[in-house]
Design a protein around this ligand. Structure first.
Ligand code: NAG
Ligand code: NAG
Length: 983
């Protein structure tokens, strides 16, 4: 029996979307038989550019996504039915994007009539406590920030021939109010056109719905969560949307037929279906709802006077901000400056290697002159140097602290905050995260709040999140390609209008136990505070609610006695009226569980001692298990159907319990080129490395990667670039350089006709180091692998990411350990170290990632390419490396009088006892190539190899000439054109 741990391979949606179609030339349009089609869409017009291809990909007959939102708590149920019409078993992939803030609560498959349930279990303890958590910084989506981000849930199973699979997935989420709106997002990306596609959203509220909008489908790289949602200038809901609404109830459906889907996107990537709404609020303590011994309290007062604020902007101006990032940051700051209120005070700090303060020693009031001067200051910012995060925070904190001390006499209430923005990791000054976190806390001293913003992929989000969580702020992430200007401005809008500070929400002590977070430093206009609790004594009928807070000029106390009984009846009546369905039962309790888990995870992140941390972990884990939440502390275990050789389903076995989920493997350390722990000769392949965060690994029915060491051959192209070829037949090693042109793409291995494998490498240039005889250096910046058999797959590798296009496209960051197996390929990334690609089990390539922390001008992040196993490559293989795989190459000596211009004779002892004034030479085919002895460093400098070096760009050693190896594009699979590779 095969038990696997489910993959929630975390990947922000903007990365996972097909950015372009350069790779997907065979984007499939299924063969639709008439019976499958929606009869209403009768005259189906297949867009001209779409080819009908015969594929074995199972066909999604039906996809239904139904959400019920009960008082902002959203239950979503996805059901997907897939049909394998062929007689042979085939792989079916179910993939669904889930909002980062949501928790999966159930996943069940029905394959070939058998039900495969899942189970949520506590994660097994890791050996090293921190192991998994430091891993995958980039993609680790934390409970705190979730805006617009999505994670992928993915399941690949073998569907028996002429049979179907059904996937049932449910998840839950509390919608957060931002800028006066709740937003619910459903990703509709089935990756094919679907005969019956339906998306439904039902909203059941207690208060009147005052605003409701269905946005146009949101698509593209940046989920513009703050934008106005107008994609491509389109407005209004997408075609086929129907909205039924009365005061407190709303039902929305989106059911595009195939023709309508094809008009939106032929590849089934329709985009995000977004519903925004808001409800009416009463003045007072807010809305309390009671059900089944639990309550939830929503507090979002409006129409209060705005509290003035003291704000210090701490802005990263390190070199990496150059270009778009700094331009967009400046744009956002200009807008923000215009919107500061007359009573606000502000200042700017910029940091790189150097810290600069705009107005030393003070915060200035908002006057036209100050705003104009500030604009000038921002305008003049020009990024350079490293990233002194600690210095920036310390300077900003001191500025704000001093200002607050000097203003102690002020009777005005005000809210003080630092808005900190960076796009990188600390590189200058204090660089250890724990020290920075400690220093920050000491400097802030709970006198103000720290809001952090990370831009792009190279940010230590865990550090930013802790810094803000410990200092009453929040963290926001701006994806690499997002419109930073819009997002920055949006984030500022959320916190730019404080209405209350020091909010404390309390309930009669004898009536409640276990309430979720009830102290809040600030309440910003457009947001909402939500507290949930468990009622301790159900016989007591009254719940006393008290809210105390400060507003600009005064303290506010709001009080009310809520009748539990009446409130519960009211809640039940509304649910019944709205026919909210089975989900309605216990939604308040589940909401309480959901918030408690989030609290627990935050507390865990903030905890100072390991005992405290353990406590939070235990608590949050237990709650997750109670409510069947798949959280960062739990994992989901699913039994997978096993299909026998004849294409039928294996019989159910006794106990799923028999096998345990594979233990999470130790994550590999962060390695840079300098401390690369790569073992020479045998590249220790970690066990399937534990991917990014919560859950584990993408598997298909195929066997797990063996936990054995992979022996690396020395045959490689690495460095700038140096080629090394080990010739097993003659037990010698030769080497050569290829001084290519930047921008050229070189054929490294081509065997398209036979094994279907092609490897190309693209060069980038860099200036040569001083004193070098070369004009420039070149490095491999991109390596592409095309595997054509049994099915076409593409892999594109850069030092930053790996794009795998095998049926669908995935973008995997090189900074996370990830292992993915499909029927064709096994791909294993060891974070920041290397990538191993295994094709058909007999061909294996290893690509090393070379990153420089502080690159010299002549260095570039680049890749090294090694052939680990070439068994599956045919004798016809060609390319700069491929041509030598089966070549018989011998070493010979040319007599000293052999005329050779410009080459000095070598006089040395070679191997045994030949001491001669002679020229060593390699013999291959009908050619003789003089060589000299050299040493080459390989495997990131970990090993030195002695080799016979052929000068002059390997003239005569390689077949043909340089230009014969330059291909037209990255995925060019042209075989060696200049005749066959004769032996
Ligand atoms: C999960 O969903 C399946 C199918 O709808 C259902 O039979 C099962 O009871 C659910 N499990 C839990 C724990 O809710
Ligand atoms: C709103 O619609 C729901 C469902 O159709 C119905 O039960 C409810 O009575 C309606 N409420 C009002 C105020 O019309």
């Amino acid at each position: 029996m095969l038990l696997i741990v489910l993959v929630l391979y975390l990947c922000p949606v903007f990365q996972c979307q097909t950015e372009d179609t350069e790779l997907s030339e065979d984007v499939g349009f299924e063969e639709y038989t008439i019976s499958d089609m929606d009869p209403n869409s009768a005259p189906l017009r297949i867009p001209r550019q779409v080819k009908t291809t015969k594929e074995t990909k199972p066909h999604i007959q039906e996809l239904s996504v139904q959400t019920t939102i009960i008082s902002r708590y959203a239950f979503t149920a996805v059901s997907c039915s897939m049909l394998n019409r062929h007689s042979a078993a085939t792989q079916g992939v179910f993939q669904f994007y889930i909002p980062t803030a949501a928790y999966i609560t159930n996943f069940t498959m029905i394959v070939g009539g058998r039900v495969f349930p899942s189970q949520v279990k506590a994660k097994e303890k890791k050996m090293k406590k921190e192991g998994g958590e430091n891993n995958g910084k980039k993609n680790k989506n934390t409970p705190e920030q979730s805006e617009g981000e999505m994670e992928v849930f993915r399941m690949e199973v073998t569907i028996p021939g002429r049979n179907r699979a059904m996937f049932l997935l449910t998840y839950e989420e509390l919608l957060q109010r931002r800028l006066g709106r709740y937003e619910h997002v459903i990703s509709v990306r089935p990756m094919q056109l679907v005969s019956r596609l339906s998306v439904g959203v039902t909203i059941v509220e207690h208060s009147r719905i005052t605003y409701l909008e269905v946005l146009p489908l949101r698509n593209g790289k940046t989920p513009s969560s703050n934008g106005n949602g107008k994609a491509d200038g389109k407005v209004g809901p997408p075609v086929s949307t129907v909205v039924n609404q009365n005061e407190t109830f709303c039902k929305i459906s989106f059911t595009p037929n195939i023709a309508q889907q094809a008009k939106i996107a032929t590849n089934g990537m329709l985009g995000e279906f977004v519903v925004r709404y808001d409800v009416e609020r009463e003045i007072g303590i807010g809305d309390v709802q009671v059900l089944d011994g639990h309550f939830v309290h929503y507090f979002a007062p409006k129409d209060l006077p705005v509290v003035s604020k003291n704000v210090v902007f701490v802005i990263d101006t390190s070199a990496s901000m150059v270009g778009t990032k700094i331009r967009q940051t400046k744009e956002a700051l200009f807008t923000i400056l215009r919107e500061l209120r007359p009573n606000d005070h502000f200042n700017f700090v910029t940091f790189s290697n150097r810290i600069r303060v705009w107005q030393p020693g003070k915060l200035v009031p908002v006057t036209p002159n100050n705003v104009r001067d500030a604009k000038k200051f921002i305008y003049m910012i020009s990024p350079t140097g490293g990233t002194d995060i600690n210095g920036g925070i310390q300077t900003g904190s001191a500025l704000l602290s001093d200002y607050l001390s000097s203003k102690e006499e002020s009777h005005h209430n005000s809210v003080s905050l630092i808005i900190f923005l960076t796009d990188g990791r600390p590189t200058v000054g204090v660089v250890q995260s724990p020290v920075i976190i400690g220093n920050t806390k000491a400097a802030v001293q709970e006198r103000f709040c720290l809001f952090t913003i990370g831009m792009g992929d190279d940010v230590d989000y865990r550090l930013l999140e802790r810094m803000s969580l410990e200092n009453c702020g929040t963290m926001r992430r701006i994806p690499e390609d997002a419109d930073a200007s819009v997002m920055l401005k949006g984030f500022y809008d959320e916190i730019g209008t404080p209405l209350l500070s020091d909010i404390r929400v309390e309930y009669s002590e004898d009536a409640v136990e276990y309430i979720t977070q009830n102290l809040f430093t600030n309440y910003f206009n457009g947001s909402e505070l939500v507290v949930a609790g468990k009622l301790s004594n159900r016989s007591s009928d009254s719940l006393h609610v008290q809210v105390t807070a400060s507003n600009s000029e005064r303290s506010i106390v709001l009080e009310k006695d809520v009748s539990i009984h009446e409130q519960e009846q009211e809640t039940e009546r509304r649910l019944a009226e709205a026919e909210a369905g089975p989900n309605a039962n216990g939604y308040v309790e589940r909401l309480w569980g959901y918030l408690s888990v989030k609290d627990g995870l935050k507390g865990r992140l903030r905890s100072q001692t390991s005992a405290e941390r353990e406590n939070y972990t235990q608590h949050a884990t237990n709650l997750s298990l109670t409510y069947n939440f798949l959280t960062p502390l739990t994992q989901m275990i699913v039994e997978k159907p096993q299909v026998l050789a004849d294409g039928t389903l294996a019989q159910a076995q006794k106990e799923a319990e028999a096998t345990k989920a594979p233990p999470p493997a130790e994550s590999s350390n962060q390695l840079s080129e300098d401390d690369n722990s790569l073992t020479p000769q045998s590249l220790q392949r970690n066990q399937p490395p534990k991917p990014i965060s919560a859950v584990s690994k993408a598997t298909s029915g195929v066997s797990k990667p063996a936990k054995t060491s992979v022996t690396l051959s020395k045959t490689s192209a690495d460095g700038d670039p140096h080629f090394v070829v080990e010739v097993p037949h003659s037990k010698l090693t030769m080497c050569f350089n290829i001084n290519g042109e930047p921008g050229h793409i070189l054929r490294l291995v081509t065997d398209h006709k036979h094994s279907g494998v092609t490897v190309n490498g693209a060069l980038i240039g860099a200036p040569a180091p001083a004193g070098s005889h070369k004009d420039q250096r070149t490095y491999f910046s991109t390596i592409t692998i095309v595997a054509d058999k049994p099915r076409r797959s593409y892999i594109e590798v850069t030092p930053q990411k790996v794009i795998l296009d095998d049926r669908e496209r995935m973008i995997l960051p090189s900074s996370s350990s990830i292992s993915i197996e499909t029927a064709n390929l096994a791909v294993v990334i060891i974070a920041n170290t290397n990538l191993t690609v295994t094709i058909q089990g007999t061909i294996q390539f290893v690509i090393l990632f070379h990153h420089y922390k502080n690159p010299a001008p002549y260095q570039r992040d680049h890749l090294g390419f090694y052939i680990a196993n070439s068994k599956g490559l045919s004798k016809e293989t060609h390319g700069l490396l491929g041509q030598f795989l089966y070549e018989d190459i011998g070493l010979t000596q040319l007599p000293g009088n052999f005329s050779m211009a410009g080459v000095n004779s070598t006089q040395e002892t070679l191997g045994k006892n030949i001491t001669l004034t002679s020229y060593p030479a390699l013999k291959l085919k009908d050619r003789t190539v003089t060589v000299i002895k050299k040493s080459r460093r390989i495997y990131s400098g970990k090993q030195t190899v002695d080799c016979w070096f052929a000068k002059n760009n390997a003239a005569k050693l390689i077949d043909g000439q340089y230009s014969d190896y330059v291909v037209s594009h990255l995925f060019d699979t042209g075989d060696w054109a200049n005749g066959t590779n004769t032996h």
